[in-house]
Design a protein around this ligand. Sequence first.
Ligand SMILES: Cc1cc2nc3c(=O)[nH]c(=O)nc-3n(C[C@H](O)[C@H](O)[C@H](O)COP(=O)(O)O)c2cc1C
Length: 125
Amino acid sequence: MFERLVYHSKATQEFGSLGLFKLLTEAQLRNEQLQITGHLLFLNGEFTQCLEGPPAHIEQVWQSIHRDPRHCEVQILARHRTDERRFAEWSMAFSTHSSFYVHGMRGFFPVDDAGESPLVSMCSI
Ligand SMILES: Cc1cc2nc3c(=O)[nH]c(=O)nc-3n(C[C@H](O)[C@H](O)[C@H](O)COP(=O)(O)O)c2cc1C
């Protein structure tokens, strides 16, 4: 049994490619250790993230994310138990504008003009 948590937040700082690269690589490393998978969308200074994994590990990471000063107005959109992962292949896939791509970013999906990528719709509640 897994837990899926989806939240929305607003960045408190101007994120550039390197700031996002650092955030993403740290998240992917810790998520791998905790068997967490998911997807992070960054558009117009706002984040929408879907986290899925063992409930105790989701809670652990959520406590860290929730108090992270790099974002604010953190609001849970959904939190429920589930039998299957949607993002099993990604310790944290990442969708944003292609201009933010940094060589070496893993799980990067560029969004189109409508802010969509193949993974964005999978993040719906
Ligand atoms: C938008 C956003 C998404 C994040 N996603 C994750 C994540 O998926 N996994 C993770 O371990 N940390 C993530 N972090 C980083 C955590 O907030 C935190 O800095 C990191 O886990 C270290 O935890 P600690 O401060 O409790 O030591 C994210 C931070 C932000 C701002």
